[in-house]
Design a protein around this ligand. Structure first.
Ligand SMILES: [Zn+2]
Length: 191
């Protein structure tokens, strides 16, 4: 198994990420039908970081698959693509929160982001928040492993805190989202 090593580290997300993940799902992770018949299924592949289980070529949360001592003994251990992305800080979505509310309600914003992220990861293990960082000029920047999760975070924050959302696609395919809480954003909303 050379799964972990086949991931190409990209320059801050982008095409490198897409290419390497697509490559993994089509070749490295594909089981030959004979392998499946030959009892390979009873030797599951587990992520050693997050405990996700590879089931029929997609990564799932192992909650309903109770691990037994024997099962773990026979398991193949690897690092799932989402954990590799998080470790390398590769992202496909970036959310920038801007405005006074970022300073006054930072804790509440972070809590909401964490809740959305937990729910997303529960339903689809590959959707993760890579990082939440405060910039020097007082913005909050959230990096996510998927474009969809970036949109989901903006959607939920906007529902709870208001603000004005704008989006654009980067040349590398990542989604750049901005949620503004400033005075200018309010004026634009009314216009
Ligand atoms: Zn993992």
């Amino acid at each position: 198994m050379k799964q972990g090593k086949s991931v190409v580290r990209s320059q801050k997300g982008g095409k490198g990420v897409i290419r390497s993940l697509a490559h993994q799902s089509t070749s490295d992770r594909k089981l030959h039908p004979a392998e499946r018949r030959g009892g390979r299924v009873s030797e599951p592949t587990l992520c050693e970081r997050c405990g996700a289980v590879l089931v029929r070529r997609s990564w799932r949360r192992g909650g309903d698959l109770k691990p037994s001592h024997t099962m773990l003994a026979g398991a193949a251990w690897t690092t799932c693509p989402a954990c590799v992305q998080v470790e390398n800080e590769e992202y496909l979505g970036r959310v920038t929160l801007d405005g006074d509310l970022v300073a006054s309600s930072a804790a509440a914003l972070r809590r909401r982001i964490a809740n959305v992220a937990a729910r997303a990861e529960h339903t689809q293990v590959e959707r993760r928040v890579v990082s939440v960082d405060r910039t020097a000029d007082g913005k909050l920047v959230v990096l996510t492993t998927s474009q969809k999760l970036a949109h989901r975070i903006v959607h939920e924050l906007k529902k709870a805190f208001g603000g004005r959302a704008t989006y654009r696609w980067s040349d590398d395919g990542s989604l750049e989202a901005r949620l503004g809480f400033g005075v200018a954003d309010k004026q634009k909303k009314r216009a």
